[in-house]
Write a new protein. Sequence first.
Length: 186
Amino acid sequence: MATTSDIRNGMIIKFKNDLYEFVEFLHVKPGKGGAFVRTKLKNIKTGKVIDNTFRTSEKLEEVRVEKHKKEYLYFDGSFFVFMDINTYEQMQVSLEVIGDNKKFLVENMEVAMKIDPDGEILGIELPVMVIQEIMECEANVKGNSASVSGKKAVTNTGLSVTVPFFVEVGNKIKIDTRTGEYMERA
């Protein structure tokens, strides 16, 4: 059992009969009353973020989650196929487990797969940045480059992103997987 002093970002606990990951936390020591920890918890399965406050005396049930390096191979229409980098063993992962991360997955990409002690796949951890190709966007109009805003574009995985006006169809761009925003041309 862990205590509130053991809390760190990325730590996974069993809470309300589900698995939650700490997104952020703040130890608060008010002038009057006992100290507490204000947290944001992300549900591992649904991705929903909730706010919760823990008293400092509270015990937390930490879940040890292993991360295994896997290589994304392809999507066969029903499942995403990954390969273990060390054993070359292939595994199929359902769309429900991958969730919104599917728009960032590019063939031959290396990801960290989160697996609980029972062997159940909880999700994947993407690299911070991915490179994708622009498939659709508006044509560039002379004089638009002075504007701070951008134009909408769609990548080869179907991800919709706002890009600067100079980006055109066929360009490869770097995308931040944490925010889903354009970073720079690749």
